[in-house]
Design a protein around this ligand. Structure first.
Ligand code: CP
Ligand code: NVA
Length: 304
């Protein structure tokens, strides 16, 4: 069975480790659908620290822990002492004495890395400004379900070079996909991710022209133009991203049968048209469902 110490970012995992997690997720999903119980984490408690809002991450982690025979605690940073300035290094050492694992959604990636450094239990990144590894595991799982494989498929991302773009690039390249991304020059992915793409010659392409990136795509991703924490930049971003919409014209450049994925929440009429969203709703909600199964795999791999 797959084992990993933490899930801080996909950059820390090998391609084989990512595939191992996806295989475990497939197995857990099949057992779940067949009604076969799998109490791998009986008696264990996951703390879930949220410094940003969430629908999917919160509900899927809490349900996932329950289905694995364990228990999840929702910890809002508004109520924790961390929100009043208690250092993360101390929080990590205290929570390590009570819990068996921590899932955290926050702003700075460094906070997640510090929890792992100072704590003694597995840490799972439930989204930072830098990356969203749990989401991308669910995304890769969904592509594999629909297309039967990942290797050699063309993944395309249109929009902001944000946490989703960073994780999709890393996850796609490590599992053998070709990744193309279209983003405005001022909104490119993180420099650490762009440096990593150099280790995958011929597998990565970046442009500021959406139609070029979408050419022959097997799956197209997009995400909101203004992420959590960037609300004040909304107007500026609406201008910068005006041409970066997943719409019918863009899909014409892709392979016939191209999938569309969106981590959600979606803003219809901004990064995606209502028409494309609804035409691909089954794929998008499979993707949302797979958060549950992919994260259960992460929980088992880290905490069992
Ligand atoms: N996609 C995602 O992470 O959704 P939430 O913000 O609702 O958790
Ligand atoms: N990029 C988005 C993803 C939400 C799941 C954000 O960070 O708000």
């Amino acid at each position: 069975m797959a084992t990993v110490k933490h899930l801080l970012k996909l950059m820390d995992l090998s391609g084989a480790e990512i595939i191992g997690l996806l295989d475990l997720a497939d197995r857990l999903k099949a057992e779940n659908k067949a009604g076969i119980p799998h109490p791998h984490l009986a008696g264990k408690t996951l703390g879930m620290i949220f410094e940003k809002s969430s629908t999917r991450t919160r509900v899927s982690f809490e349900t996932g822990m329950y289905q694995l025979g364990g228990h999840a605690l929702f910890l809002s940073s508004r109520d924790l002492q961390i929100g009043r300035g208690e250092p993360v290094q101390d929080t990590a050492r205290v929570l390590s004495r009570y819990l068996d694992g921590i899932m955290i959604r926050t702003f700075a990636q460094e906070e997640v890395e510090s929890l792992a450094q100072y704590g003694s239990i597995p840490i799972i990144n439930g989204l930072t400004d830098f990356c969203h590894p749990c989401q991308v595991l669910a995304d890769l799982m969904t592509i594999r379900e629909h297309k039967g494989r990942l290797e050699e498929l063309n993944m395309c991302y249109i929009g902001d070079g944000n946490n989703m773009a960073n994780s999709l690039i890393v996850g796609g390249l490590k599992t053998g996909m070709h990744v193309s991304i279209a983003c405005p020059k001022a909104y490119q992915p993180d420099a650490r991710v762009l440096a990593l793409t150099e280790e995958y010659p011929g597998q990565f392409f970046m442009t500021d022209k959406p139609l070029e990136a979408a050419k022959d795509a097997d799956v197209i991703f997009t995400d909101v133009w203004a992420s959590m924490g960037q609300e004040s930049e909304k107007a500026v971003r609406e201008k910068a991203f005006a041409g970066y919409q997943v719409n019918a014209a863009l899909l014409e450049a892709a392979h016939p049968g191209c999938m569309v994925q969106h981590c959600l929440p979606a803003h219809r009429g901004e990064e995606i048209t209502a028409e494309v969203f609804e035409a691909h709703a089954d794929e998008i909600f499979d993707e949302a469902e797979n958060r549950l199964h992919a994260q259960k795999a992460v929980l088992v791999a880290c905490m069992k």
